[in-house]
Design a binder for this molecule. Sequence first.
Ligand code: PHE
Length: 460
Amino acid sequence: MRETFVHDHWSNRFAFIMAAVGSAVGLGNIWRFPYITGENGGGAFILIYVVTTIAIGLPILIAELMIGRMGGQSPVNTVNSIVDRFRLSAIWKLIGWGSVIGAFVVLSYYSVIGGWAFRYVLAGFMGGFSGMTPDAAGSFFGEFTGSAAQLTFWHTLFMAVNITIVLGGLKFGIERAVTVMMPLLFLLLVAMVIYGATTAGFSEGFAFLFDFDFSKVTANTFLTAIGQGFFSLSVALAAMMTYGAYLDRDVSIPRSAGIIAFADTLVALLAGLAIFPLVFTFALEPSGGPGLIFVTLPIAFGKMAAGGPLLATLFFLLLSVAAITSAISLLEPAVSWAEESWGFRRSVTAMIVGGAAWFVGLASVFSFNDWSGFFPLAPLGLLENATIFDALDYSITNILMPTIGLLMSLFAGWALSRDAVAEALDLSPFGLGFRAWRFLMRYLAPLGVLSIFIANVVAG
Ligand code: PHE
């Protein structure tokens, strides 16, 4: 075996928190969360989301950061080394490999959607949405996504920015990017919410988010909430294990994880408070699905008497910043593994890995246009109308991530001894916090993920 590769560590706790919050806050909060909430009936979904995030997502986030720090390597070699050290079953190695490959695949299509955000910054800036009718907004989006050349261009640009940041390494690339971008993101978001609060639709938007309608809740709502929570917290996709590996011993993981989860949930709710008032003010559909941000919102921007282009530019800039700081953490796991395995310079490694993800992403690009009639899983009788992009997104969020989450909770809750994890978290094994965490890891997290998984598969 090669000598253990020594990774850089975060400069300080602030840099780590910014990077981790940057990873968590992404398209998942600003694009996916609002439309999933809209599709699932609003308030009741949010309540379920918050509860499952605290009870299941947060404990797993703590476990991932902890495991990352225990190994100090890429998730693959971190998990392998822990398995070897404690002589555990090789089955756990799936966590490392599965999550790193999952992150790589997600990056391939995340970059495509990130490219849409970039494109819309430009459109907003050029005043491109003014006076847009619903039909015009639909065809603008349709023509854009219908063009393989356009999507490829913006996907390429997004990935290039991402690679440029990651190849600079932890301190000169990632830390510098996130410490500028995260405060900017927060300012932009607050500005959007303040604007939303001045619109006529604010109370309706608020009620939509916070009035509970339980009639729409099914087993599927829980799976969706857990899946969304995992995605939004960046767990089960190697990112947090990788960031944990760069963390010094003197930083409290439970406290950091609490901050990350709090900030992530706050941003999702604020994004809802920024978006839904506009949707209602201009009498648009809250249940617009994936098009909510890219079709519905431009109509609202286009109808604003003044400031529409400015607000549109700021909003899509916010979305772009959020997407980039997450994409960084989707690229880093495979890069850190490749650094350990190939022995190339980091810049070369980042370009090879990022370039490969870019190439795989072309399949998602084409699934919106030239290959939009190709349903890869249909021959198996599954997901009959799912394009490559849909099939990838569905299998990752509904199958791979719950599976990794389940394995992760069993690994941290059962495979590792109580004393080993207490030491790794720097907590007393008899303290209340530690016992609560371990209980959730051992029982609630695995049972929750498993039962909802089964209920969903059985219910079809
Ligand atoms: N959390 C990110 C988002 O909300 C996505 C992500 C998932 C990033 C997993 C890294 C790992 O968009």
